[in-house]
Design a protein around this ligand. Sequence first.
Ligand code: SAH
Length: 356
Amino acid sequence: MKENDKGVHSAAGIKDLSIGEAEEVIRLCGDKPYKARQLFNWLYERNVESYDSMTDLSKSLRFFLNESYHISPLIFEERQISALDGTEKYLFRTRDGNFIESVLIRNDGTDDGRLTVCVSSQVGCAMGCRFCQTAKLGFIRNLSPGEILDQLCQVRRLSGLRNNNVVFMGMGEPFNNYDNVIKAADIMNYTFGFHISTRRITISTCGITPALERYIEEKRMYNLAISLNDTLPEKRVMYMPVEKKYPISGICSLLQHSLPHSKNRVTIEYVMRKDNIGEDDAKRLKKMFRYSRIKLNLIPLNSGDHGIELPEQKDIEKFMENLRIMNIPISIRNSLGSDIYGACGQLSGIRYRVAG
Ligand code: SAH
């Protein structure tokens, strides 16, 4: 296996192909390009594990595909189920021996009836956020589109459940792997792929400004979530080094001038620590987003070996009250799966002992 210039392992995987690319492959095999839709239906809708089951494709096409493209780039290693809330964390091994995690979340409190899969977009992460466990791994490599999509295939198969919501909030910074993330999201959305509505796919970023500009320019419809976490640049930079290169002020002015095309409001994620939930923080938040159509998602800092003080419940309540008075739409993301290290910022691809 070789690595290409994007740091992705290039062993051919069928789930790395867009519908157009699959049509081309099939056409070159002398078959009708529309067969690609049947192929996608088998891969994503019916979620099969072998070409043998694809009975409406010709034997010769199945033989060719089997010789040329593997179906599953991920090897399932382990599943942990939270005793607290039923959240399921899945550990997968990539073909080159890296570990990634995905999480199945039954209901995170933000919207009833959602069944969410939280997918990883990279092995490790280069962003170095102080509170995040994935950052400790450093950046190893980007995941290919197929490795992102196969997380959904495998979680669906192993859980027996069909998720209707996807968040790119697992390991990695999705906007540092822009092309592969968008390609995977497009296949999730595609009628002959997973057919998940664009409004049910959320890409979360710590704020890579050029990628965000590109995203808006390309009129992508997926929901956007931006990890703010602090209102003062000098404080934010202490927790999120990305602030140095791409200051949040730039992102705020971008959001004031050119709105993303998603019909949903942009979510501003705010990880609550002990020291960023005062009245002044609430005021600054109000000021920052005065002219933008956003909603605020509050996430209580989850434990880890970051050594940062967790917020107290009474202070969280006060902060929420302050925000409410200022008319900022807010939701709180309950920390689910924390006993299996499956909550926000706890994914590391390492087998943890179940806490308890
Ligand atoms: N790199 C992307 C997506 C992954 S993190 C991003 O930064 O948005 C998904 C969310 O979890 C982010 O909002 C991040 O700020 C938050 N997070 C990270 N570590 C956390 C922790 N220890 N407790 C609570 N939330 C955390």
